[in-house]
Design a binder for this molecule. Sequence first.
Ligand code: CAA
Length: 405
Amino acid sequence: MTPFLTEENLRWKEKAHEIAEKVVRPIAAKYDELEEYPWEVKDALAEAGLLGVWIPKEYGGAGAGVLNLCLVVEELSRACGAVGVAYAVNALGSFPILLSGTEEQKHKYLPQIAKGEKLIAFGLSEKLAGSDAASLHTRAVKVDGGWSLTGEKKWTTNGGVAGLYTIFAVTNPESQRARISAFIVEKDSPGFTIGKIEKKMGIRAVPVVELNLENCRVGDDQLLGGKPGQGFKHAMMTLDRARPGVAAQGVGLAQGAMEYAAFYANRRHQFGKSISSFQMIQGMLADMSSRVEAARYLVYAAAQNIDNGATNVSKLAAEAKLFATDTAMQVTTDAVQMFGGYGFMRDYPVEKYMRDAKITQIYEGTNQVQRMVISRWVLKEARELEYLAKYIPEEVQKNLDPAEV
Ligand code: CAA
């Protein structure tokens, strides 16, 4: 049963499921071991038209929106977390163009991504600017006919394999509100190089790298939206729309690990019977399944909200990211537990789910940042709840401070 999903949603899900089972699952362990990008998966996704799911039809995509993007991410992640993020990060990199690019920028870059001619990555974080993204240092200086970018970017997923990069840089250091701008940078731009390639605990088939920009020259037409100063807002709006994709990775990873655990529980015998006949195992599976279902529908709700054009999507997107990725960590860890000692061994596929799940609690905003975003909204919404004061006895109202206006 799949509540909330239309026939169209189910078609995208089925298409992604087919690729996940035919192309992704068979190679997941190999590329995790090799720490190499699985180009044949990218080709299969491009051939199936999955690389432009979220890109509107007028820019060469399928115009199918964020919910269908999430369904694809979920199915891919169910087979391999690295492939899930390798795919989803193209949405993260292209959302700034989609949300804030000029018509020329949209027509130039989005069709290349939709067709799979170029992958795209997102360059916001730096060594000294992680959760506090607004404190970034990379500098863009106006020069004749364009801009010169100098600085370093950290944690760029898809870095090196991507042909396009959305790079955030300081254009007005004096300004508080209009300090940062975004640029679309092509990989072969002079002064742009790939730095350190990280060695990671999980998602090993997708590269995460440092980017070096040294007097990297880009044209005026590569300044996102054509005017400076809007970069931080554009980064935040992008993350609001991309976080359900990370949440969908969490759901896919949790679902995939739970399936291995349930399969194993039926087949593993101890004390003369299958371990699935033990109530403690049954209880674990029931908790895992309930959490996965709850996370799934929170992700669908957040994605649907975005597709319906809701203006404020920050809170629900953060809630979906927080809940689904915490669920992924818990469920994948329990799945390893259920396999006992075998679960800890790399001979079995389940430990990879746990390793891949960990980063989903960290990237695109740590779950501590998500809690910050959510609690800010809860407290803001509580300003509309002043009528509750009358239900607090008058004699104790003196203990409350006056309402802030
Ligand atoms: N939409 C639109 N505008 C927003 C916004 C949103 N969601 N959130 C904030 N803004 C605006 C505010 O309105 C404010 O504008 P004004 O000054 O005009 O009022 C401005 O941005 C500053 O807002 P805040 O004061 O709230 O900003 P802050 O500095 O306190 O930061 C934060 C808030 C939520 C912590 C933010 O910095 C954040 O999300 N940090 C995490 C960054 C992150 O997710 N990084 C991951 C990068 S991608 C990655 O992981 C790598 C990869 O390749 C996968």
